[in-house]
Ligand binder design. Structure first.
Ligand code: SF4
Length: 334
C-alpha cells in the first residue's frame, strides 16, 4: 500500500482526542490517547461504561457517530496517516486493513439478507466479483466453524453464537491485519462466550492478526490478550503486559478493578464493586477524574490531573508515581 513505512508500527494512535457535541457544548470523550499495536499482538482496552474505550475504537476505524468530531491527534497505519474524520476517505482502508466485530450481531446483521450475501458484501466493495465474493464467503463460514451450506440462512435462523461467528467471518473477509472486537462476547451466554473467544484466539494465531479487544471483562483479557490498557474518564490511566498488570497493578483504579473479581481459588463468592459512579461526560471531576472514588487520593489529586509516566513495565497516570518519567504533556482540562 502506497505511503506505508515497513519499519513503522502496524497501528499508531498519537494524542487522539474525540469530542461529542452535546447541549451546545463540545464534550471531550477521548483525551490525548496514545498507543501502538504491533502485528500479531492482542491488546485489550478496558474500562467501565463511558470510559471512552468504544469511542477510541470507533475513531480508529473511522466510524464515529455524526455528533462526534476528532478534536486532535492522529492514527497511522504502517506509518501512513488515516483520514479518520472522513467516512468516505476511510472506505479503502476499512475492512481491508482494519475491520470491526461489533457486539450484538442481531443488530449488526441485516435481518432480510442471507448471511452468505452479507459476508460477500465487503469483498465486493473491495473489488471482487459477486461469484468471487460468494466463494470467499463460503470459505470464511468454514473457517469460523459453520458449514458453508448454512450460508442460505437468515440471521434469525442462527443461534447467538453462530451469528457472532458470522460477524467474525465478515470481519475477516478482506484479509485485514487488524481486527477490533467491540465487546464481541458480551451478548453471549458463558458457553458461547468461551467458544467465540477460543475461535478468536485460534484465528489470531493462524492469520497473524493484531487484535484490539474492547471489553469491561478482565477474565476475557486474561484469556486472550498480551497487553492491557486501562481507560478512565476518556484517558489512558495504565498499561502494560497482562501478566504484569494482573500481578502488580499500580494505578488504584486498576487495582480495584482486579480486586472486584472474586478469587475462586480462595473460595470467594462475593463481588466487590468499586464505590461511587464513573463520571459522566457532562460532569468530569477536576484534577484526577478518579479522585472522588480513590482510596489513595491526596490533596493534589483534586487540583491537578496526573500525566502518563513510565512505570516498570508500561505506563501509569497517578500522582502516587509522579516522580516517574513523563511520556506525555500534562493534560489540559477542556
Ligand atoms: Fe488516586 Fe490521586 Fe492516583 Fe488519582 S492521582 S488515582 S486520585 S492517588
Amino acid at each position: 500500500m502506497s505511503g506505508c513505512d515497513p519499519m513503522a508500527p502496524l497501528l499508531a494512535v498519537d494524542g487522539l482526542c474525540v469530542d461529542y457535541g452535546l447541549k451546545g457544548a463540545n464534550l471531550r470523550a477521548v483525551d490525548n490517547v496514545s498507543f501502538e499495536l504491533r502485528a500479531g499482538e492482542a491488546v485489550a482496552l478496558v474500562g467501565e461504561s463511558g470510559s471512552g474505550k468504544t469511542t477510541t475504537a470507533m475513531a480508529i476505524a473511522g466510524l464515529l457517530s455524526p455528533n462526534a468530531v476528532v478534536g486532535g491527534g492522529e492514527v497511522r497505519y504502517r506509518g501512513r496517516r488515516l483520514p479518520i474524520e472522513d467516512d468516505a476517505a476511510m472506505r479503502p482502508h476499512r475492512w481491508k486493513e482494519t475491520s470491526v466485530v461489533f457486539q450484538g450481531a442481531m443488530n449488526a446483521l441485516n435481518p432480510v439478507h442471507r448471511i452468505l450475501k452479507q459476508i460477500a458484501e465487503p469483498c465486493m466493495l473491495h473489488g471482487m466479483t459477486q461469484a468471487e465474493g460468494l466463494a470467499r464467503a463460503r470459505e470464511l463460514l468454514e473457517l469460523v466453524g459453520i458449514p458453508a451450506d448454512r450460508g442460505s440462512a437468515y440471521p434469525h435462523q442462527l443461534s447467538g453464537g453462530m451469528r457472532q461467528r458470522v460477524m467474525i467471518a465478515m470481519a475477516l473477509a478482506c484479509r485485514p491485519s487488524i481486527v477490533i472486537g467491540d465487546e464481541p462476547t458480551t451478548a453471549l451466554d458463558v458457553i458461547n462466550q468461551a467458544q467465540v473467544l477460543k475461535l478468536l484466539v485460534e484465528l489470531r494465531s493462524k492469520l497473524n492478526l493484531a487484535l484490539l479487544l474492547i471489553t469491561h471483562d478482565l477474565s476475557v483479557v486474561a484469556e486472550t490478550c498480551d497487553r492491557v490498557m486501562i481507560m478512565y474518564a476518556g484517558r489512558l490511566v495504565e498499561d502494560g503486559t497482562v501478566a504484569e498488570i494482573f500481578a502488580e497493578p499500580k494505578h488504584p483504579y486498576t487495582r480495584l478493578l482486579i480486586e472486584s473479581i472474586p478469587d475462586m481459588t480462595k473460595g470467594e463468592k462475593i463481588l466487590r464493586p468499586i464505590s461511587g459512579d464513573p463520571p459522566t461526560l457532562l460532569k468530569r471531576p477536576f484534577g484526577c477524574a478518579f479522585h472522588p472514588r480513590c482510596p489513595s487520593a491526596m490533596r493534589i489529586c483534586a487540583t491537578k490531573a496526573p500525566a502518563l509516566g513510565r512505570s516498570g513495565y508500561g505506563r501509569v497516570a497517578c500522582h502516587l508515581y509522579s516522580a516517574l518519567e513523563q511520556v506525555e504533556r500534562a493534560p489540559v482540562h477542556v
